[in-house]
Ligand binder design. Sequence first.
Ligand SMILES: [Mn+2]
Length: 326
Amino acid sequence: MRVICLVHGDSDGVVSGALAYRVFSMKGVDTRVFFTHPAGLAEDLRAFARPGDTVFIADIALSEQELGEITSLFEKYAAEGELIYIDHHPEPLALTPKKLPGTIIHDTCCSASELVYRFFEDKLGWEYSRVALYGAIGDYLDETPWARRAVEEWDKRNIYFEAGVLSQGLEGSRRMHEFKREIIKHLAENKLPSSLSPLLVRALIEAVATEDMRKWVIRNTVKLRNIAYVVDPPGSLGKAATYARVYGEKPIGLAAAHHHRKIMNMSLRARKNTIDLNKLLRTIAPRHGGTGGGHPYAAGARIPLHQFKEFLEELDKVAGEWMRNG
Ligand SMILES: [Mn+2]
């Protein structure tokens, strides 16, 4: 038997992978971890998982574009081996995840880390709740009933320090898949993030870089009616979007970058209780030949470069309409 884990590369995904790695490798099972994202899930499943494997997927939303393919892949893996899918992103407009074949845990209540921890709780034991907390904090989902209780049982200051080292260190390790696998093995042994020196160093460098970027965003934010945005910020798009929203004094912040020549990649952040970015992007992005979605207040999109301006204009207009109509 072989286990193939496919997880997101942020704190929540890495912790989800570490908890699963712990459970499977404890039994001596050959367990391999790969990092993916919604638009790459189907392709990565085909590339890395063979029918008959145990496939574990966590913290990966289901992309609107690939639903048909994902459904047939899930059917194949669930029939010939085992398939476990654990996620907390809002469901796609066209499908209810729980109807998919396999073991499906889908709940927007809390982080993927919390869902994975609770799923494997008997096997992991309470000591691993702190690892799950790092992931929950990384996704800003540390105020669920479970997370509040768990934080109380650990020392809050230590937990938040360690969670900060992990999330900042990972932000500074983009696309470093081999290093992220090392982090997963480290966390799977319930070792502290701060005790992994290269991770700690990257977190420190990231903290300084974030401060530089904050100042850059103040100087470079462009304001529309409802959106404040920056293009090609020198750092994490998520953080840049938050700073653009705050310093641009708009309900929505957006940060975009084109790593690939023809695609604009972006993160969006909304002020709480203003608008559902997930629904907004799932509606608007396909009209411009792109994809988008995520959480109500934190989401992302990929739009062809030549459509970026039109996309921004429509997003700004529709966001205004939705906010006016509640
Ligand atoms: Mn997550």
